[in-house]
Every structure is written in C-alpha cells, then in structure tokens.
Design a protein around this ligand. Structure first.
Ligand SMILES: [Zn+2]
Length: 288
C-alpha cells in the first residue's frame, strides 16, 4: 500500500500538472469507486478549475475553485498516472504495464484536463476510492475518521508521542504506528523501518518504552519518512520508460522485505513474523 512518502511523491509530481488546470470531463468507468452520490460528483468536478493538490495521511486532496475538493485514496493497489503528450508521471502501486496502453482494464476513473493532460486512476483490486467533499468540510471529515496528526507537521510533538504511547500502552508498537487514528500516513514499510532504526522490537508494548526509547522512535519516524520522500518513496514508480523501476528508497530498506537476509548492523538473520495479519520483519539481535 502506498504510504505517506509515496502519496507525497505523487502529490509533488502532480502539482505542476494539475494546478490552474480545468477538469473538462470526468469519466467514471467503475461507479463503485466513487463514494457518495455519483451525479453530484460528476456535476461538481466537470468544468471546475483545480487550485491545489494537497495530502492528508495517505489521502490525496485535490481542491477546486468552486469550493469543492475531491479525495483519492489508493488503498492497496491503486495507481495514479498523469499523461500529457509523451510525458508520463505515475505513482502508487506498481502495476505491470499499467501505463503502457491507457486506458486499460485497470483504469476505472479518468479526469480530462485543459491543456491536454489526462489523469488516470488505475486499481487492480478496486479497494481505492474517490470522494467529493466541500472544501470547508474537509477538517470535519478528517475528524470523523479520527485521523491522527501528520508526523512531519508541528502538531506531532514529542509530548504528543509520549502521551500516545501512554494512552495506548497496551498496543504493540508496530500496530500503534500503523493505526491511522494514532499517526496519519505510516504503513507496513515505514513502521518496520522506524522500529529498526530505533532498535525497538515491533512486538513491544507501547507502554513499555523508556523515555530514551520513545525519543529514539519519535526521531526515527521523522527521519525515515523524510528520507523516503527525498528518495521518492519505495513503491512509487516512474513509468517514463514504462519499465517500472522501484522508487529510490527501495535499496535503502533495512528490514522491510529482507526476511531471512543478514542484518546490515549485526549480520544476524532478519526475522519475519505475522503481526495482526501483516508481515513484520525485524532483527532479533539488535532490536530490543
Ligand atoms: Zn541486527
């Protein structure tokens, strides 16, 4: 699933392509991917000018001059592709040949833009969605979802993190990091990487972390996410050449997807377990 760094990478790629463009038409090929009323969705998007491309957690938030916004959530296997002429920008879940012939069988929503650009929403498993919402109601929507703070914004302070560890002390550390109501945007990749960086076992109870450990984990979360954004994410893909190379953070992964391989720090074998149904990798030697 694309996490904060992957969605942020898509957002940054889309800003110059979408900002100040008008949406000429939206083609909804699979209505179930639109949450809320389909007619209102089409009516309020068609002919509207895009004024901002934002992000909240793993949600892309595209705001329009008519005071409406539409959200895009890529969920497990969603992919966003923008194409104008020969120029293609893509992000999200890697889909083999997903950007080769567009639209293709995975393309469920298409936004046609002024200036010749086209935005495609591909999704293999169709868990992703888009939703229209009044821009002034966005904050209420996030509150209804009980979305936690953005980990790279000022609101995510060490005091907040300490109180979170206390309040949810019974939860396992990794599961707490994955919980979008605790902190927004972290998923399986960066939760595992942050625990490794802080040398904390992902199965520890949140309440058992000492003050120095909590500080290490807090710093690790920020550091890992920033590095991943700079590297343009792990699963984010650039399909310019249609070969689908992994995002730049992939070679920097220390534990995620490295089960059975040697730890870069101590050379022990990285262990892979299931935690809450999700594959969880860690070094049994240098994570405590
Ligand atoms: Zn190790």
């Amino acid at each position: 699933m694309p996490e904060l760094p992957e969605v942020e990478t898509i957002r940054r790629q889309l800003v110059p392509e979408l900002k100040s463009r008008s949406i000429k038409k939206v083609d909804v090929r699979l209505p179930k991917m639109v949450r809320g009323r389909l007619a209102a969705y089409k009516k309020n998007i068609s002919g509207s000018k895009i004024i901002n491309v934002g992000r909240r957690g793993k949600l892309l938030v595209i705001s329009m001059a008519n005071n409406y916004s539409f959200l895009i959530h890529l969920k497990m296997t969603g992919q966003i592709i923008h194409r104008r002429g020969q120029k293609t920008k893509a992000g999200g879940h890697p889909i083999k040949d997903g950007a080769v012939n567009l639209p293709n069988k995975y393309t469920h929503i298409i936004w046609y833009l002024s200036g010749g650009g086209v935005l495609y929403f591909n999704d293999i498993r169709q868990f992703g969605f888009t939703k229209l919402i009044k821009t002034e109601e966005l904050e209420n929507f996030y509150n209804d979802l009980k979305l936690g703070p953005e980990p790279l914004k000022k609101q995510f302070t060490m005091d907040f993190f300490k109180s979170l560890l206390r309040r949810r002390g019974g939860m396992k550390v990794k599961q707490l990091l994955l919980d979008q109501t605790a902190i927004a945007g972290i998923g399986n990749i960066y939760a595992a990487e942050a625990c490794f960086d802080a040398r904390i076992m992902p199965t520890r109870r949140a309440g058992s972390l000492s003050s120095p450990e909590a500080l290490k984990l807090y710093r690790a979360i920020k550091k890992i996410l920033i590095k991943a954004i700079v590297a343009q994410g792990t699963s984010s893909q650039n399909y310019v050449d249609a070969h689908g190379n992994p995002g730049g953070y992939f070679p920097k992964l220390k534990v995620y997807s490295r089960g059975g391989q040697a730890c870069f720090r101590c050379h022990s074998k990285i262990k892979s377990i299931k935690l809450g149904g999700r594959t969880t990798t860690f070094c049994p030697q240098c994570q405590k």
